[in-house]
Design a protein around this ligand. Sequence first.
Ligand code: NAD
Ligand code: AKB
Length: 322
Amino acid sequence: MKKVLVTGALGQIGSELVRALRERYGVDNVIASDIRMMPAGSAGQDGPFEYADCTRQREIREVVRKYDVGTIYHLAALLSAVAEEKPHLAWDVNMGGLYRVLEVARQNGCAVFFPSSIGAFGPGTPKDQTPQDTIQRPTTMYGVTKVSGELLCDYYHLRFGVDTRGVRFPGLISYVAPPGGGTTDYAVEIFYEAVRHQSYTCFLEAETRLDMMYMPDAVKAIIELMEADPDKLHHRNSFNITAMNFTPEELTQAIRKHVPGFTIDYQVDPVRQAIADSWPDSIDDSAAREEWGWAPEYDLESMTADMLEKLTEKLATAGPNI
Ligand code: NAD
Ligand code: AKB
């Protein structure tokens, strides 16, 4: 088989996607790449790893040609909170990187997976059950790069026949690698603090409602979409997908069922609160369900139980430095 390349492979998604792809397609068929050094025990360790900056077309092209890559999972990007701190760098990495990846894909016949986000919506978007096709006028640099990225991926498909596919992820919850600087990071941090200290100070308001998903479902979505019958895909870039929907207060109640003494207080960060307030409260993922059979496995209760169990194990064996 042709090999697959994952950019940004040491991040929150890549750390688990690389493992899943290697289990499915074989260790040597999945090339992990990033601009960070690979820590011991991380995603790239059991198979090929290459340093590749996605903003440098030559570096991506060399890896694609060296390994005869057929599919690129392009995860490298800055997330919403970091992108708002560094908007110019975010444009360069998120848009410049995607453009160069698409060019390498066009020249070498590769398919491309591009993860968009609920951040591709803005304050003018219908807030409840946000439709698949609707107003997209985001007010963050992250959102601007996600809408532009969706359009650029569609353009490369329509104009050059590149097999581009993508999803709009909600906030992702996981215990393997830490989140990379997003607005939904509270929903991961809260679990670490629940296990370590039985208390958490949240940077979003108690009633901030957002869609979320557990990482095993996110990885499943990526693999299922990339393996889906292309004749059935009408949307391609990008499908709304979701798995659960809650506020910090509702997540606290779910955690308390397992950690009865758990407490939360709030020190709201105005920047991240404004970003969250500009995003939908809930999105409608019926197009993904109809076109490629999307169906998540984890809801709030099952995700909470699994996160607490896995994190308790991880923190017990990892020691204080994690
Ligand atoms: P992350 O921040 O955890 O990881 C991103 C990785 O990209 C990092 O390892 C970083 O070193 C690498 N990177 C940064 N600049 C690079 C460059 N110039 N060249 C190559 N690598 C570079 O991000 P993530 O959470 O794994 O997200 C991956 C993708 O999924 C992003 O496009 C993100 O917008 C999208 N997404 C994530 C979430 C989420 O909740 N995690 C939700 C929606 C969409
Ligand atoms: C972020 O908060 O930036 C990400 C996302 C929802 O895109 N988790």
